[in-house]
Design a binder for this molecule. Structure first.
Ligand SMILES: [Zn+2]
Ligand SMILES: [Zn+2]
Ligand SMILES: [Zn+2]
Length: 232
């Protein structure tokens, strides 16, 4: 089994996790031989959460469309540290051009999150585990990534596009906010098709939140943008 073949996808209660197939497949086979049905055999994500193995969902890799949302941050970092695909994992959390414009429009550095991740990695160099399992480094990186800044545009922009909502030539929604993805109250399954969107305007927490700024301050990383405006 090659390195990239090693991890399957296991949906858990909310997130989609990486399953170490070197352990899960023999465990499932043994359970079936002992008379259990395959789905009754306990399978765990590498982060430790109980999951079911989604065999038809392919591998836990960046190109997998099943991981476009709800990809477990802890599993992502465990696999990235194990695969030495650190730059790819940092890139995965890099803000897209729209979010970058919103973040720098608010006076913050869109490179804050990548800079913080690199500083944590440098501080803990050589401390990663041999086995693909949760440890201090992967869990701390995942904690930081859960508090990533997310640009939230207004409903008009969402429905009709920015020029339609705010007039010709406007490139950044004037009602947009940059929110912390984890601190902000996000709708659960009760919201139906609106699950995973902002749950209520009562609890929108601006990014960078104190989790990001605490780690940045600890590592002497500047939070404000470096004096240029990416909208130009
Ligand atoms: Zn996980
Ligand atoms: Zn936060
Ligand atoms: Zn707007």
């Amino acid at each position: 089994m090659s390195l990239s073949d090693r991890f399957g996808v296991g949906p858990g209660r909310h997130r989609r996790h990486a399953v170490d197939l070197l352990e899960a497949l023999p465990a499932i086979d043994a359970g079936v031989r002992a008379g259990q049905s395959a789905r009754d055999v306990a399978v765990f994500g590498v982060c430790g959460e109980r999951v079911t193995l989604a065999r038809k969902w392919g591998r836990f890799e960046y190109e997998n469309p099943h991981l476009n949302s709800r990809r477990c941050e802890r599993c992502g970092w465990i696999v990235a540290l194990h695969h030495h695909s650190i730059e790819h994992e940092i890139d995965y959390y890099r803000a897209d051009p729209t979010d970058r414009a919103l973040i720098s429009g608010g006076g913050h550095d869109p490179e804050l999150l990548p800079n913080v991740l690199r500083a944590v990695l440098a501080r803990h160099q050589g401390e990663t585990l041999d086995r693909p399992e949760a440890g201090l480094v992967s869990d701390l990186l995942a904690h930081v990534c859960r508090h990533r800044p997310i640009g939230v545009i207004c409903a008009g922009c969402w429905d009709g596009g920015i020029e339609e909502a705010h007039g010709p030539g406007v490139t950044v929604c004037p009602q947009s906010v940059v929110a912390c993805w984890s601190c902000t109250f996000v709708a659960g399954a009760w919201a139906g098709e609106h699950e995973d969107t902002i749950g209520s305007a009562e609890c929108v927490v601006a990014a960078p939140c104190s989790v990001l700024t605490a780690v940045a301050t600890h590592h002497h990383i500047s939070i404000t943008a470096g004096g240029f405006d990416e909208r130009r």
